[in-house]
Design a protein around this ligand. Structure first.
Ligand code: NDP
Length: 485
């Protein structure tokens, strides 16, 4: 059972104060594992966004700009320290809100959130800019300035981890921020605001506005004329709406969007390693990770052995209460998402597929959005279930015969976020990694991340890259100064 003592009602955090919506409107926050109401959330819209943007603009030219770089870096580092100090409480909140197993919040979501602040507060010190001399005529040098007021819009699957992935570099680059978490996961975002205040972040540097759906805070943030940039992580369809709306004030955009990522397994790969990692890339976080490898392609000589072990291991996964230690797969995020995911399972059958494991609510779990990990075979590349992002514990497995054939199938998608390739053939590994149309290709692994490396998607999986220097490319303006000598 969770032990958190914190009230689970959530308010906006604007100019250093927690406040309700001006019209007093709230919505309920539901625990996906029990379907009970956890608390209420203030529902913000254009008026709250306007207050937040004005506070952020004041702080941008005021205390945040005036603070010297060493002090700014120290505050950012302290945010990471305070996250670690409150690690257990934050992990409980994250699991209550998302339905993900507590061990996962404890081992990944929360420590990585703290690390984002530690990493970017260190990394900012390594950033240098170029100087260019034009004979004895002129000297050019570049300096980095903040972009200004930045809007951060986030999804519900890795709430604190993804917010901090944006917030840490945005602050390190000297910006002020208005953040908008997903309506389904307001809890740790609210704690993060508290932590930023306690770490000594001046009022107005970080503002948080909760919203509910497409016509509320998120849309108002994108439309606001005094917001300079938006970093958005979420669905590709939402990204298209945001792009159209942001065009009116020509905002700078960074996009991390959906994926339908391939996991390509050649017969020469070490099958035990393949299985161990494929269990994670298929079902970790209930398959609600943008990087999950939901399209599995197995070279035909290894297909039977792979399926036998993969199905057997999947049957061992315990689905249920996120707060029980043995649980490996928790609850899906919401009733609506549960219906969407199970809708795809029905569609798979209509499209001629075979459900070889799962496909239904586990026995004995009457409440909560629980679904058995699901493996589908017998579908071809034209099927919607193979083409569209499902974002749940559902994978398709398809055998292949040649490298050319699998590459052709793998790249036959509008998405291009990530891929895994499994082989012990060095030349093939490099060849296939280069040919797959994805922003990140892992060879003989999955989700191994070094925060200095570029992260982002090709095609309709994203625009731009974040991570290391790439984050600072987005969160700062590079200005050239030319001095005539
Ligand atoms: P959504 O696109 O539905 O929502 C993301 C955020 O956008 C939410 O905060 C939402 O607010 C807000 N939003 C919705 N409509 C608008 C609008 N018109 N203008 C501005 N903001 C808006 O995504 P999900 O939350 O469903 O997240 C799942 C998706 O995120 C998947 O497609 C997944 O692949 C992707 N994702 C991508 C990652 C990557 O790195 N590429 C990482 C993680 C997830 P509200 O909640 O109030 O509706």
């Amino acid at each position: 059972m969770p032990t958190t003592a914190r009230t689970l009602d959530c308010h906006h955090f604007i100019d250093g104060k927690f406040i309700p919506s001006l019209n007093g409107k709230t919505f309920d926050n539901i625990n996906p594992a029990t379907e009970e109401v956890l608390g209420t959330v203030s529902e913000g819209g254009a008026p709250e966004i306007d207050l937040a943007v004005k506070a952020a603009r004041r702080a941008l030219y005021g205390p945040w700009k005036k603070m010297n770089a060493n002090d700014r870096i120290a505050v950012i580092r302290r945010i990471g320290d305070l996250i670690l100090q409150r690690k257990e409480e934050l992990a409980e909140l994250e699991s209550l809100d998302t339905g993900k197993p507590l061990w996962l919040s404890n081992s990944i979501d929360i420590p990585r959130s703290a690390y984002n602040f530690h990493f970017f507060s260190d990394y900012i010190r390594t950033i240098t800019t170029e100087a260019t001399q034009m004979d004895d005529v002129a000297l050019n040098y570049a300096i980095r300035k903040p972009v200004g007021v930045v809007g951060l819009i986030n999804p519900w699957n890795l709430p604190l981890l993804l917010l901090t992935w944006k917030l840490a570099p945005a602050l390190a680059a000297g910006n002020t921020v208005v953040m908008k978490p997903a309506e389904l996961t307001p809890l740790t975002a609210t704690s993060l605001a508290e932590i930023c205040r306690d770490a000594g972040l001046p009022d107005g540097v970080l503002n948080l506005v909760h919203g509910f759906g497409p016509d509320s805070a998120g849309a108002a943030l994108v439309e606001h004329p005094d917001v300079n940039a938006i970093s958005f992580t979420g669905e590709t369809t939402t990204g298209k709406i945001i792009m159209a709306s942001a065009a009116k004030s020509l905002k700078r955009l960074s996009y991390e969007l959906g994926g339908k990522n391939p996991n390509v397994i050649f017969a020469d790969a070490n099958l035990d390693e393949v299985i161990e990692t494929t269990m994670k890339s298929s079902f970790i976080n209930q398959g609600e990770v943008c990087l999950c490898g939901s399209r599995i392609y197995v070279e035909r000589p290894a297909y039977e052995a792979f399926m036998e072990k993969f199905v057997a291991k999947t049957k061992e996964l315990v689905v249920g209460d996120p707060f029980k230690e043995k649980t490996k797969v928790g609850a899906l995020i919401s009733q609506e998402h549960y219906e969407r995911v199970t809708g795809y399972i029905k569609l798979a059958v209509e499209e001629g597929g075979t459900i070889v494991n799962g496909g239904k609510r586990p026995d004995g779990l009457e409440r909560g959005y629980f679904l058995e990990p699901t493996i589908i075979t017998g579908l071809s590349r034209e099927c919607r279930v193979v083409k569209e992002e499902i974002f749940g514990p559902v994978v398709t497995v398809i055998p292949f015969d040649t490298e050319e054939e699998v590459l052709d199938q793998v790249n036959d998608t509008h998405y291009g976020l990530s891929a895994s390739v499994w082989t012990n053939d060095l030349r093939r590994a490099h060849r296939v990694a280069a040919e797959i149309e994805a922003g990140i290709v892992w060879v003989n692994t999955w989700f191994l991340r070094d925060l200095r490396t570029p992260f982002g998607g090709m095609k309709q999986s994203g625009i731009g890259r974040e991570g290391g220097v790439h984050s600072f490319e987005f969160y700062s303006e590079l200005k050239n100064v030319c001095i005539k000598l």
